[in-house]
Design a protein around this ligand. Sequence first.
Ligand code: GCO
Length: 485
Amino acid sequence: MDHEGVTRRALAPLLAGAALATTAACGPQNTSGKQPSSRRFPSDFKWGAATSAFQIEGSLDADGRGQSIWDVFQKNPKNIIDHSTADVACDSYRRYADDVALLAGANMSAYRFSISWTRILPDGAGAVNDKGLDYYSRLTDALLEKKIAPYATLFHWDLPQALYLKGGWANRDTAKRLADYSAVIADKLGDRIKNFIILNEAAVHTVVGHLLGTQAPGLKDANLLGPVTHHQNLGQGLAIQAMRAHRKDLHIGTTMALMPVRSAGPWWDLKDLLPAKAFDAVWNGAYLDPLLIGSYPFAARQFVDSVVKDGDMAITRQPIDFLGVNYYSPSYIKFDKTNPSYIGPALPPKGVPLDAFGREIDPSGLGEVLTRLREDYGNPVIYVTENGCSDPLGTGEALLDDPFRIDYLRQHMEVTKLAMENGSPICGYFVWSLVDNWEWDSGFTSKFGMVAMNRTTGVRATKASYRWMAALAKSGLLPAETRSV
Ligand code: GCO
């Protein structure tokens, strides 16, 4: 974690808590290299791609859409590496039919997209904007026509600016506003969209948006850790209740950025192990436990206790139909005495393969996450709702021949299949992402798509990974080797 705004007083209790915590941070497990006994996925397994509204839609002022915190954040060029904006992004608000055709061409049976809160409720609450709803209605119909199941995320970080001005997630009222918005969606779109994901990666939104400040809303204040964490959990619980009250036939889940947190030091070295456990509580446990167990990990209580009210934990703990797992890489943590939290990011071990973000490519980390869900959290139904890798960072052309991406996906799918054989009920896998898009504070410097996009013309061009996925989704048979397609 960064230094600024993170007070030692606010974060030091984490370490004390971590020392007592019984849930171990995941240590590396030697699952790499193990192969599933069969490479054939079940015939009803969902193969999909994932996107989010702000990263692809563009048309930010169209049809009455209101401003979100990302509209404001991106206006300051200092916040975005390449000084770009998402004003046009992939132009998917106008070109959604192209996206649907691409999904169909890749034999996808599911599409995970997110709904922009401010297209539906421009001020975050109050009157519904029918034109915004119409867009998602058209997109849904186009998907259903191609027999592609829509999986809609309700909150993918683009909080209405009007709610932010009233305190954002630090304000308990925002939890209720999320529930109201979710009820509108259930009411207006629940006749055709049956699968909903309430939150996307709440941990990232909390830590990167409110403590590190490199994503919207760009705050650096450790005192927000408790309120922002808890109010998202509370809002998620209220939203699930509200949606179920409106319709009984919905499959409702949520998506988390689950990461094995590894101590940078040897296993017996408590100095690094304690901050690793503390970070595990902030990043993983503070979202898993309230939803699936109905409490906070001991190490997180010092932060949330002042905002948790009687009855809250019964609301955060809701039965879910599935848990979405986003996985990219493990994280490494070391003791850092210069950091007020004592939590310091560490580098992965020397010599490990790295992706374009400098993150370790380690499919066994996905195996660890899935094992943990099986053993410690009641083995929920799972979708892998994001997994993928970027081209080397830069502003150059996309690589249409992308064997590195095929290799990355194939290895993570092997681990997914192995987990299924070990008893994890995994129902689907979504590649991040369909099209190269606007990667938040990294702007257009990263390219995660199976499809490239010409930013001047908006025209899409498929990559080798797209054709590889199309073959996989059609046959259900995971190839043993990466070959150019
Ligand atoms: C996420 C983000 C995506 C990113 C992706 C690649 O959920 O992590 O939703 O928006 O683009 O993770 O970094």
